[in-house]
Every structure is written in structure tokens, then in C-alpha cells.
Design a protein around this ligand. Structure first.
Ligand SMILES: [Zn+2]
Length: 339
């Protein structure tokens, strides 16, 4: 496998432009509630970008939203894989049990081998064709774009095992006599079904882990309030967080969170800065002291001068570091995980 397969082929994922200069994607932090057109990127392959949720044309992983937003929608990819995994598991258990019973010599003599084979066929076929469908889609995509990956192997392995077994059950006459084993032609429905089920389990575990990290980031983003009170012409006006500009004077009342970073110009208070320091003891703040967006105002009301807003705030930078850590890989994973 080449190191940079995205160099050659134009991708359907990104409107067909060529990835001649793959750029490492820096996660972009968006203030709460901001109206941003989401694009989807691969956490593993720099340069892959899509306007709609899809699977990566290089490694086959589900793409994830580039922008971290405070609102969490349902994870459709996880639901999709989870449904297929449970369907596959329920149908694979009987196929596996029949096959194991045969191996351990418990073949019920009153059941004809051809009946046992058809029973396995009935259970394994929906596992391969329905539950395994996403693997065939991704496997086909990998062959079409020339980026062979794990899904190529799964699709090829299970596809060949299932097709051969179907022919062996339905038209056994086409195989030469030398193919016959102890009980006639060998069939591999159980192998195909078990591989699909385990691969789906892997997908569910991976997507769940990624979902959990995303929710940790959303918890951080939710530390910033959604609105703030700005002082305009002597009156307090409530505005959205993303509408705050550098230089605005903002009022923070007791029990509220500080919206952005700045310096107090009027009033005094005690702030809970445990989100930064881990120390729950309130810190005294007076005129001239710096305040950080996301910290909690315990008592007292104050007005501060906004100095850093949007993605420049301390909170946004923390979120950005967490996102980057989530997307970076240990050096040892860089090469083998492609295939
Ligand atoms: Zn990828």
C-alpha cells in the first residue's frame, strides 16, 4: 500500500477535486449556536473531505463532522451498525452452533446433511447480504478507487465463502468429485457469518469510542453560556455568544458563567475557576483582573472588557487541543492501520 494513495485519484467525496496537496486538517472550534455548514472529514486520512456523511474513500472509516458543536445529534452511523450487528449476532449463533456440533461429532443422524446445509444457508444469507452490506459497499468503493483496505478483505473473504457455499448447496454437480469431503462438499456459511458479525462488533466499538470523545468535547463547549449581556449606550442588551466583539463591555451577574475572556473594568466578585485549575476555592477578582470564558461567577456583579472572543478564547483552545488529541494517532498506528 502506498503511503499517500490520495495523491492520484480524484475523490467522489469532495466534489471530484484531486488531493494533490493533502493538508493536515486543524479542527475548527465553533462558538455555541453558530450557524456553520458542516463538512465531514476522516479522522485518519488528511485531506479527505465531504459535504455529506459518507465513508472515507481511502480507509473506509465513517467520516465525522469537522466542526465540534455544542448540540449533539443522534449518531446515525452508530445506530446503523448497531442494528446490523444485533441482527447478525442473532442469526449467526444458530449457524455457529450447528457447525460446532458437527465438528464435535454430535451430528444428528436423523437430519440429512443437505438439510443441515440448507438450514445454515437460511440463517447465514441475511447475515452476509443484509448485515454485511456496508462492508460490500466499502469494499467495492475501495476497489473502484484503488485504495485497498480492511473492507476489501472482509468483502472478498465473506463474498467468496458465501458464493461458493451457495453453489455447493444449490448446484453441487458443477464441482468435480475431488472437492468432496467426508460429508460431501464443504460449506463455509458459518465462517462468512462469524466474520461479518465480528467485523460489525468492531465497527460498533470503534464508533462508540469516537462518540464518547465527541460528547466530552461537547461538555467542554457547554461551559460557555449561550448568551451574554452587552452594555450598549448605557443599557444592557442580551446578545448571542457569537455576536460578542472584542472591546464589548459585558455584564456578568451572580450565578452566571463568564462568556468570553477579558479584564474586569467595574465591580468585583469571586469566580470558580475549577474548569481551568481544578481548584474549587473561589478566586477573588476586582477591577483590572483577567477573567476567563466558561468560569463561574459565584457572587457579586461585574462588568468586563472583552479581549478574546470566538476561537481565540482559552476555552476554545482547550477544546481544540482535545479535538486534535482525538484525531492524532500513535506513530506505530500510522502505517499498519491503512490495511
Ligand atoms: Zn480515511
Amino acid at each position: 500500500m502506498t503511503d499517500e494513495p490520495q495523491k492520484s485519484a480524484p475523490h467522489a467525496c469532495c466534489g471530484g477535486h484531486s488531493h494533490s496537496k493533502p493538508k493536515p486538517h486543524a479542527p475548527i472550534v465553533v462558538p455555541v449556536g453558530a450557524d456553520v455548514k458542516t463538512s465531514y472529514i476522516c479522522p485518519m486520512c488528511p485531506g479527505v473531505r465531504s459535504a455529506v456523511p459518507a465513508s472515507c474513500p481511502i480507509c473506509g472509516m465513517a467520516l465525522e463532522p469537522e466542526f465540534v458543536t455544542a448540540e449533539a445529534g443522534p449518531n446515525h452511523e452508530l445506530e446503523y451498525m448497531r442494528t446490523r450487528f444485533w441482527g447478525a449476532a442473532v442469526l449467526t449463533i444458530p449457524v455457529f452452533a450447528i457447525e460446532m456440533a458437527r465438528h464435535f461429532g454430535h451430528n444428528a443422524d436423523f437430519l440429512a446433511p443437505s438439510f443441515v446445509a440448507r438450514l445454515q444457508m437460511a440463517f447465514a444469507t441475511p447475515v452476509v447480504l443484509w448485515a454485511g452490506w456496508p462492508f460490500f459497499q466499502r469494499g467495492w468503493q475501495s476497489v473502484r478507487t484503488g485504495n485497498l483496505n480492511m473492507f476489501t478483505l472482509i468483502a472478498l473473504g465473506t463474498g467468496v465463502a458465501w458464493t461458493y457455499s451457495m453453489l455447493a448447496v444449490l448446484v453441487p454437480g458443477i464441482f468435480p468429485a475431488g472437492f468432496n469431503g467426508e460429508h460431501g462438499l464443504n460449506i463455509y456459511f458459518e465462517s462468512a457469518a462469524v466474520i461479518i458479525t465480528l467485523a460489525l462488533l468492531g465497527q460498533v466499538l470503534e464508533l462508540r469510542a469516537r462518540d464518547k470523545t465527541g460528547s466530552a468535547i461537547r461538555d467542554l463547549l457547554n461551559l460557555a453560556p449561550k448568551t451574554a449581556r452587552v452594555i450598549r449606550d448605557g443599557a444592557e442588551v442580551e446578545i448571542k455568544l457569537e455576536d460578542i466583539a472584542v472591546g464589548d463591555h459585558l455584564r456578568v451577574r451572580p450565578g452566571e458563567r463568564v462568556p468570553v475572556d477579558g479584564v474586569i473594568v467595574e465591580g468585583a466578585s469571586h469566580l470558580d475557576e475549577s474548569m481551568l485549575t481544578g481548584e474549587a476555592m473561589p478566586v477573588a477578582k476586582a477591577s483590572g483582573d483577567a477573567v476567563t470564558g466558561g468560569t463561574f461567577n459565584r457572587e457579586g456583579s461585574f462588568i468586563f472588557h472583552a479581549e478574546k472572543v470566538g476561537r481565540d478564547t482559552m476555552l476554545a483552545r482547550i477544546v481544540q487541543l482535545v479535538s486534535e488529541a482525538q484525531r492524532s494517532r500513535a506513530p506505530i498506528l500510522r502505517h499498519p492501520c491503512r490495511s
